[in-house]
Design a protein around this ligand. Structure first.
Ligand code: ZN
Ligand code: ZN
Length: 287
């Protein structure tokens, strides 16, 4: 519920889904992955089974569910247990919630990080658009969770809103620290081609969400054809970032995202499924 505040503002010129490209989205793409969906959100409480059934029926084989605070991180782990092997969990404190943390809750997060079902640390990052936590508190929480991920050898799922330079610098500084192989994904990537290049050259991954389909997302649309195989993922960020503000988003929208990514890359969505799956497995571990 608290994550409601984290809902990104959608580009202004997308009323009711107009402006979307018209390429037909397949109804089924076997082996697809939604690399970021908050299925523990209360907006799925009524029909979570049906949402996951629809995802699986459309060919989605993995859904990575990140936390945004302690309770949602614990809930993600519970979903991973209940919906194995489709649902994977990540634990982490979103920048909006960084200000809620104290010593005791950081200790609790460190325990959750070591849970066998935990796949990654996320979502974490910096959000200078809303500043729901003071920037200094966000920075400290981000640094602390990068260290936690390195300690556990886990990937990070990174939220970056109006903080491209700062997030890039933090990740590039983190990569390779103490000889560890740092891994991570920029979720709902909103940067440009240059940012994507510098991060993917360093081994990070960018994940595209539905805004990729809108003309206003010039940076991600420029970056999309340039990111090499092995360095991109697709996601929904459900229940957020849906086709319109009112409608709840859900993992099946991943098919639309991958279709748009394929269009921008001048290829067929089918050719992206294998690379996406391998990238996902390399990031959070195969099963
Ligand atoms: Zn986010
Ligand atoms: Zn998210």
């Amino acid at each position: 519920m608290a994550h409601r505040n984290a809902e990104p503002d959608l580009p202004a010129n997308r009323p009711g889904g107009r402006g979307l490209s018209r390429r037909r989205t397949p109804e089924h793409l076997a082996g697809l992955v939604d690399s970021h969906a908050h299925l523990q959100h209360e907006r799925f409480d009524e029909d979570r089974d049906a949402v996951i059934d629809r995802a699986v029926a459309s060919g989605i084989e993995r859904i990575l569910v990140p936390g945004w605070d302690l309770a949602s991180s614990e809930a993600a782990l519970k979903l991973a247990e209940r919906y194995a092997p489709v649902v994977h969990a990540a634990v982490g404190i979103h920048p909006h919630h960084a200000h809620e943390m104290d010593d005791e809750s950081w200790d609790r997060l460190a325990l959750l990080a070591g849970e066998p079902l935990n796949r990654a640390i996320g979502e974490i990052g910096i959000d200078l658009f809303r500043n729901l936590s003071p920037p200094e508190v966000q920075r400290e929480a981000f640094a602390r969770q990068l260290a936690l991920a390195a300690e556990h050898g886990l990937a990070v799922l990174v939220h970056d809103r109006d903080a491209h330079a700062e997030v890039s610098a933090a990740l590039l500084g983190w990569n390779g620290r103490d000889g560890t192989i740092a891994r991570g994904v920029l979720h709902a990537f909103s940067g440009d081609a240059a940012m994507a290049r510098s991060l993917t050259d360093a081994g990070f991954v960018v994940s595209f969400a539905l805004p990729l389909a809108f003309r206003s997302a010039a940076g991600p649309r420029d970056a999309a054809p340039q990111v090499p195989d092995g360095r991109y993922l697709v996601e929904t960020d459900a229940p957020y970032l849906g086709p319109d503000r009112e409608r709840r988003n859900e993992p099946t929208t991943t098919l639309r995202v991958v279709t748009e990514l394929a269009r921008l890359r001048g290829t067929d969505p089918l050719t992206l499924i294998g690379p996406i799956r391998r990238t996902y497995d390399a990031l959070v571990g195969p099963e």
